[in-house]
Design a binder for this molecule. Structure first.
Ligand SMILES: NC(=O)c1ccc[n+]([C@@H]2O[C@H](COP(=O)([O-])OP(=O)(O)OC[C@H]3O[C@@H](n4cnc5c(N)ncnc54)[C@H](O)[C@@H]3O)[C@@H](O)[C@H]2O)c1
Ligand SMILES: [Zn+2]
Ligand SMILES: [Zn+2]
Length: 360
């Protein structure tokens, strides 16, 4: 079938993207789903910094690639036998879990091995490419398009009461930020949770921490507007990186710069955990005092996909959302059309956006 999607042809286009237009919204052919795959009509897709990192070359991926990895939609067609049926809404997740490899037996700790290999190659989990013209899949999703073919193991179904916009955000911002809190941070009553970097991922981490009524939550960002929003959404205190002196037992770094991780480590209380979620350039390095880690009994943890098992954790976030404890809608800072995607990338690069959502 013919679809419309945002394809990245060349990496490292100059700013502003509204002028250089690194993403071209074009028509291309999408093949039918193979066995174990699904054709999904995309309803909503969020712009995440990890998309921008492909555009600006911080995270080099093979091109041409149809970007977008935070999305939700309705199944239109099922390839082969499936436990899912047309008409169901699904959340896309950006790392398929094969369920068979040694990493998939680690309860979310390690990223799936064939899933990571497929993501690196720009294919679906089976190794297939369903897009025409040599265009590759982004993280098994390619959600900046009217339709996508995805592996069954890249999606989690949700009930129809979960709106499409909420469902899309569950797939990356909430699973990553919220999962980092619940699976890696695991704050206990009376502790302080600090979030460094208040984009979509950091805000989702903050909302998840606030869903624990018995923790203190502090937010750190360079931008005053982000701190104001964090206060509106319930942060108990907010600081710029220069201002912050308060220590926290659980610190989530959601920026993607070495300096921010160094700051997050410095913010971590004795006995505490620093969870790093940001994805800096591959050659980025930090400076760290090993002695202070040892002498203060602190832990540094890397968390991909929120250390989550999506099929287990998405329903947990849906329950929190249903109970009114996780107002995921509040992460939406703007709604765009697919044709506005390049200027959306500018907004994201300037730090002005929390989550911009493309609605189809
Ligand atoms: N680990 C994963 O699985 C995973 C998943 C999704 C995103 N990510 C990564 O997480 C990071 C955050 O993603 P996002 O979409 O929320 O990004 P974003 O660009 O929306 O937000 C980043 C925020 O950090 C702030 N910031 C910049 N420098 C700072 C500093 N030195 N100290 C404090 N705050 C600072 C910015 O003002 C902005 O508000 C990115 O690196 C992204 O690639 C990782
Ligand atoms: Zn993302
Ligand atoms: Zn696996």
């Amino acid at each position: 079938m013919l679809i419309r999607g945002a394809v990245l042809e060349t990496i490292g286009a100059p700013r502003p993207y509204a002028a250089s237009r690194p993403l071209s919204v074009t028509e291309l052919e999408l093949d039918d789903p193979g066995d174990g795959e699904l054709l999904v009509r995309i309803e909503a897709a969020g712009l995440c910094h990890s998309d921008l990192s492909v555009v600006d070359g911080n995270r080099v991926r093979p091109v041409p690639m149809l970007l977008g990895h935070e999305a939700a939609g309705i199944i239109e067609k099922v390839g082969g036998a499936s436990d899912l049926t047309p008409g169901q809404r699904v959340v896309m997740t950006f790392l398929p879990r094969c369920g068979q490899c040694s990493a998939c037996a680690t309860d979310g700790l390690a990223p799936c091995i064939p899933g990571s290999a497929a993501n690196g190659a720009g294919t679906l989990l089976s190794g297939s490419v369903r897009l025409s013209g040599g265009v590759l899949h982004h993280l098994g999703v390619s959600g900046f398009a009217t339709h996508a073919v995805v592996d069954r193991r890249s999606v989690v179904p949700v009930d129809p009461d979960v709106p499409a916009v909420v469902a899309s955000l569950l797939g990356c911002a909430v699973l990553t930020g919220g999962g980092a809190v619940l699976n890696a941070g695991r704050p206990r009553a009376g502790q302080t949770v600090a979030i460094v970097g208040m984009g979509g991922v950091g805000m989702a981490a903050m909302l998840t921490a606030l869903a624990h009524a018995d923790v203190r939550v502090i937010a750190v960002d360079r931008l005053a507007d982000k701190l104001a929003l964090a206060r509106d959404l319930g942060a108990h205190a907010t600081y710029t990186p220069e201002e912050v002196t308060e220590k926290a037992e659980v610190v989530i770094e959601a920026v993607g710069h070495a300096a921010a991780l160094e700051g997050a480590i410095a913010l971590t209380a004795p006995g505490g955990r620093t969870i790093t979620v940001g994805l800096p350039a591959p050659d980025a390095r930090i400076s760290l005092s090993p002695l202070s880690l040892v002498a203060e009994g602190r832990t540094l943890i890397g968390s991909y996909l929120g250390s989550a098992v999506p099929a287990r954790d998405i329903p947990r976030f849906v329950e929190l959302w249903r109970a009114g404890k996780l107002p995921v809608e509040k992460l939406v800072s703007a709604t765009l059309t697919l044709d506005e995607i390049n200027s959306g990338m500018d907004e994201l690069a300037d730090g002005r956006a929390v989550r911009q959502i493309i609605e189809f």
